[in-house]
Design a protein around this ligand. Structure first.
Ligand code: ZN
Length: 146
């Protein structure tokens, strides 16, 4: 995992970060997380247009590209238990509670992707920790939407 944040394109990235941060602070909805705002800025800057949190689709995906029939979720590493990620460590107290909770989250996420696929939608899951490497994030997004 990269320890240096936002390598490359520093000035663009600084403005993304500042804007995302102020947008984050001006909003109350838990959906508008910082990683999600970073992804949105990146997608928009790359020329792709999207709809947000489409509720009539399974899981109300974070970004929806209707003409491409593609959706992107931006998942928090902790709540969605990003496999092998250091942010996804199970808390030391109430271990059983967390295991059940995370197990439910995980099977719900899997079911969501299956339901979307059955309706003809392709899904890309991006993780919170991936916004630390904007270069890779950008190519992952562009490859998926191409
Ligand atoms: Zn992660």
């Amino acid at each position: 995992m990269q320890s240096a944040r936002f390598e490359g394109g520093q000035s663009m990235v600084d403005s993304i970060d500042a804007k995302a941060r102020s947008a984050l602070m001006s909003r109350v909805r838990a959906k508008d997380t910082l990683p999600e705002l970073v992804v949105r800025k990146l997608v928009f800057a790359n020329g792709f247009r999207y709809r947000l949190h489409v509720r009539n689709l399974p899981g109300s995906p974070d970004l929806v590209f209707p003409t491409r029939k593609k959706v992107i979720f931006v998942h928090g590493c902790f709540w969605h238990q990003h496999e092998g990620c250091r942010r996804a460590r199970i808390p030391k107290s109430n271990v059983d509670f967390w295991k059940v909770k995370f197990g439910k989250n995980k099977s719900r996420d899997e079911q969501t992707i299956r339901s979307l696929a059955e309706l003809g939608w392709a899904t890309l899951v991006l993780w919170e920790c991936q916004v630390n490497d904007l270069v890779t994030l950008k190519s992952t997004i562009n490859e998926f939407l191409a």
